[in-house]
Design a protein around this ligand. Structure first.
Ligand SMILES: C[S@@+](CC[C@H](N)C(=O)[O-])C[C@H]1O[C@@H](n2cnc3c(N)ncnc32)[C@H](O)[C@@H]1O
Length: 267
């Protein structure tokens, strides 16, 4: 897969040289290019923004500069991704869709964002265009959002993650549940023991224990995900019994199973 990122702060994207995404570039799985939007300006001051038409606070990124850049970088099969807090929410499902595409181009906005005609123009020109938000909060620029999306997309590209099975049970993965709690050695740490079923060596019991914890966690934190899984016919009778028990504990003001024994609360 090829990825281009256009930004007025290319150094922000240096993190793409690290970790899995960095290694994927070395091995040829990913071809990432970070570009400076100012290279497509035409004036002495390398201006990328102007005042908002109709008045109001802040500055808006100029469509002509973005047009110069995108005309150069986009190809017919490219997908243009414009990070914006007013876009569709970026989810694992959207990450999976983007992971199928051969070329992603991220247009990182700053100030009050990019002139709305840029997305309108490229959509009308037949370029697949996604305006995506990484959550209900506002950042100063699209660079961090692009990093988030690139990392989520890249780990879904075949060959990126050493053991692809780890993607299945992962939170927001195919299982449709939040992941169960995970542990490693030592067995006892600061008086907290690893739950006994995980030490039993009995694979079926371990799998059932993990699914139960995943169901309880999802019921407590993301009942919307559980409802969606139920609608897809993804809950067995045993699962339903676990969920009912978890709901009862939650309604009584408790915390299901292994999830903490009280203590400081952030709410
Ligand atoms: C200060 S924000 C602009 C916010 C815009 N005026 C609004 O209210 O929708 C500047 C840039 O940061 C990026 N950005 C901010 N929050 C974001 C989010 N939640 N998801 C994706 N991108 C975001 C976008 O690239 C945006 O153009």
């Amino acid at each position: 897969m090829k990825i281009d990122v256009i930004s007025i702060f290319p150094a922000y994207l240096d993190a793409l040289k690290l970790s899995l995404v960095g290694k994927a570039q070395e091995s040829g799985l990913l071809d990432v290019n970070v570009r400076d939007l100012r290279d497509w300006t035409t004036d002495r001051h390398r201006t990328v923004d102007d005042t908002p038409t109709g008045g109001g606070a802040g500055m808006v990124m100029k469509p002509d500069v973005w047009g110069n850049a995108l005309d150069d970088v986009l190809q017919r099969e490219s997908t243009l991704v414009i990070p914006t807090p007013s876009g569709e929410v970026f989810t694992q499902a959207l990450a999976a869709r983007l992971a199928q595409r051969p070329h992603l181009v991220f247009a990182c906005g700053r100030y009050e964002g990019i002139d709305a005609r840029v997305a309108q123009h490229y959509r009308a020109a037949g370029i697949a265009t996604v305006e995506a938000s990484i959550g209900d909060y506002v950042l100063n620029g699209g660079e961090v959002a692009a990093l988030v999306m690139i990392e989520a997309v890249a780990r879904l590209i075949p060959g990126m993650v050493g053991n692809p099975e780890s993607l299945v049970e992962e939170s927001h993965g195919e299982a449709g549940l939040l992941e169960y709690p995970v542990y490693t050695k030592p067995v006892s740490w600061r008086g907290i023991e690893i739950p006994a079923p995980l030490l039993s060596g009995h694979h079926a019991n371990i799998a059932r224990w993990r699914r139960d914890r995943a169901l309880e966690k999802t019921a407590a934190i993301r009942p919307d995900m559980l409802a969606a899984l139920r609608d897809r016919g993804g809950l067995s009778q045993t699962d339903e019994a676990v969920v009912r028990a978890a709901d009862e504990v939650l309604r009584a003001g408790g915390v299901p199973a292994t999830e903490g024994e009280g203590g400081a609360d952030f709410s």
